[in-house]
Design a protein around this ligand. Sequence first.
Ligand code: UDP
Ligand code: MG
Length: 140
Amino acid sequence: MERSLILIKPDGVQRSLIGTIISRLEKQGLKLIAIKMLKLDKSLAQQHYAPHKDKPFFSSLVTYVISAPIVAAIFEGEGAVELIRKAAGETDPAKAAAETIRSDFGLDIEKNTIHGSDSTETARMEIRLFFSDDEIFNYH
Ligand code: UDP
Ligand code: MG
């Protein structure tokens, strides 16, 4: 079954949006199979955002994502990657469609509340970065 990694970024945790965001994704019919709160260290933040390492926003982004705890979670379900990307909305909250997480809660193009894997291949890599096998649950 398809899986995707989400992160509730510092701005979401700090504004008490964890329950709201998890609930929105559960209501999409997605199944929560792993979840934890953690404070990223610089090295993990740099690895997670490695595809953006040459972008002008990279160092600010890394500083931001390590500034407070985040919540990492894995959702499973048919089309999980696309469902979550849709529920999150465009990167820039100002451009995100109405009723998306970023439109409703994102503060700006950096502090945009949620991360969702952008493909099934990325999801596999990101899940490996954040979770060990014994932290991922299989249940009916
Ligand atoms: N980001 C930023 N400035 C930008 C573009 C992106 O700070 O101009 C941050 C933002 O937090 C975004 C993350 O970098 O979520 C990764 O960027 P990407 O283009 O992959 O956006 P996403 O896949 O998260 O929508
Ligand atoms: Mg991305």
